[in-house]
Design a protein around this ligand. Structure first.
Ligand SMILES: NC(=O)c1ccc[n+]([C@@H]2O[C@H](COP(=O)([O-])OP(=O)(O)OC[C@H]3O[C@@H](n4cnc5c(N)ncnc54)[C@H](OP(=O)(O)O)[C@@H]3O)[C@@H](O)[C@H]2O)c1
Length: 307
C-alpha cells in the first residue's frame, strides 16, 4: 500500500513564484506525485485558478492571507508543507500576514516551510540585516518568526528560505515593464543589478520540498540570482536576441514612479546603489547548472521569445 501524498499548501499559486513551483512539481518524473498540492487563490473561478484545478493532483482552495487559519481548515488533515509568498505593497501588512500564515501553519501541524523572501546583501548580511527597504525588512522579520516557530512548535518544523534578487519578469512588454527599465536606468547605465528567473525559483523551491530532510535544505537560506547585468548590458543582449531595442519610457516617468511609489520602489532602487544584492552567481550556477542567464530567459521564456 502506498502512503498518502503529503499535503502541500502553495500560496501565490496563480502568481509567478507559486505557479512556477507547481509547474516544477508536476513535471517531476516520479512514479507517483509525492504531494497533494493545495493551491491557494482568492478567487477559485478566475482563469488561472480554473487552469490549476484542471491539473492532476492540484486542489484549488479559496482563501485570503487575512485569515490563514481558514486556509488550513480546508485540507481535511494536517499540512505537511507550506510555500509562503507574501504581498509587499504595504510592508506592515505583509509582515503581519506573513507571520500569521506561519503561525497558522505550525498550529495546523506543518513540517516544512519554504518561504520566499529577498536577498539582502549576501548570505551573512541577509541573515542579520533587515535593511531599511520596507518590503525587505518585513521579509526579514517573517524569517525570524519562522525560526522562532520552528523551535516553539510541538512538532519538528524545518524551513528553507529562498532569497531571490530582482526578477527578469519585471521586464514585461507593457507600461509597467517600460517604467521598471526607466527606474533602473536612473541608477546608472553601467551599474550592474543581479536578476533571476521565477521559473528557476520554482524549480529550486520544488527541490527544497522534495529534499526537505537533506542537509542542503534543512534550515538553510539560499540566495538566488541567475545573472548580473547593467541596463547597457541588458540593452545589448536584448538587441542581439530579439533584434529590437529594449523598451523603456522617459526618465521623467521613472523619476515620478520612484517618487510616487517611494515605499514600494523608490527606497529599493536607492538601496541598489548604496548597498545592493550580493549573490555569488558563479558558485550558484555550479550548484544549479540549469539557472537561466538573461540571454536564455529572453530567448526561451520572455514575452519577446518569438520575435
Ligand atoms: N519582482 C521582483 O523583482 C521581486 C524580487 C524578489 C522578491 N519579490 C517578492 O515576490 C513576492 C511576489 O511574488 P510573485 O511575484 O510570485 O507574486 P505575483 O505573481 O504578484 O502573484 C501574487 C499572488 O499572490 C496571491 N495573493 C495576492 N494577495 C493575496 C491575498 N490577500 N490572499 C491570498 N493570496 C493573495 C495572488 O493570488 P490570487 O490573485 O489568485 O488570489 C497571486 O497568486 C513579493 O513579496 C515581492 O516582494 C519580488
Amino acid at each position: 500500500m502506498t502512503s498518502p501524498a503529503r499535503k502541500l499548501v502553495v500560496t501565490g499559486a496563480t502568481g509567478k513564484q507559486g505557479g512556477a513551483l507547481i509547474r516544477a512539481l508536476l513535471a517531476q518524473q516520479q512514479p507517483a506525485q509525492p504531494f497533494a498540492i493545495y493551491a491557494l487563490t482568492r478567487d477559485r473561478t478566475s482563469k488561472p485558478a480554473l487552469a490549476l484545478a484542471a491539473k492532476p493532483g492540484v486542489h484549488v482552495i479559496q482563501g485570503d492571507f487575512a485569515n490563514p487559519e481558514a486556509v488550513f481548515k480546508q485540507l481535511g488533515g494536517k499540512p505537511w508543507g507550506l510555500f509562503s509568498v507574501t504581498m509587499p505593497m504595504d510592508a506592515r501588512r505583509e509582515e503581519a500576514e506573513g507571520k500569521a500564515m506561519v503561525r497558522a501553519a505550525c498550529e495546523a501541524g506543518v513540517e516544512h516551510i519554504v518561504f520566499t523572501a529577498t536577498e539582502r546583501g549576501g548570505q551573512t548580511k541577509s541573515d542579520t540585516t533587515p535593511t531599511h527597504v520596507p518590503h525587505f525588512r518585513s521579509k526579514y522579520h517573517i524569517e525570524q518568526e519562522i525560526r522562532a516557530q520552528s523551535t516553539a512548535s510541538p512538532q519538528e518544523v524545518t524551513w528553507t528560505f529562498l532569497r531571490p534578487v530582482a526578477f527578469y519578469e519585471n521586464l514585461s512588454d507593457d507600461f509597467l515593464g517600460r517604467g521598471y527599465v526607466a527606474m533602473w536606468r536612473l541608477n546608472g547605465l553601467e551599474r550592474p543589478l543581479q536578476q533571476v528567473s521565477t521559473t528557476d525559483i520554482g524549480l529550486i523551491a520544488a527541490d527544497a520540498f522534495l529534499n526537505a530532510e537533506k542537509e542542503e535544505y534543512r534550515n538553510k537560506a539560499i540566495s538566488l540570482a541567475g545573472d548580473e547585468l547593467s541596463p547597457n548590458d541588458a540593452a545589448r543582449v536584448f538587441k542581439e536576441v530579439t533584434g529590437r531595442e529594449l523598451p523603456y519610457t522617459y526618465a521623467v516617468v521613472g523619476r515620478a514612479l520612484r517618487w510616487m511609489m517611494k515605499e514600494q520602489l523608490g527606497v529599493m532602487f536607492d538601496w541598489f546603489v548604496t548597498d545592493d544584492f550580493g549573490v555569488d552567481v558563479q558558485a550558484l550556477r555550479k550548484r544549479y547548472p540549469f539557472m537561466q542567464d538573461f540571454r536564455t530567459w529572453l530567448a526561451e521564456e520572455s514575452a519577446w521569445k518569438k520575435a
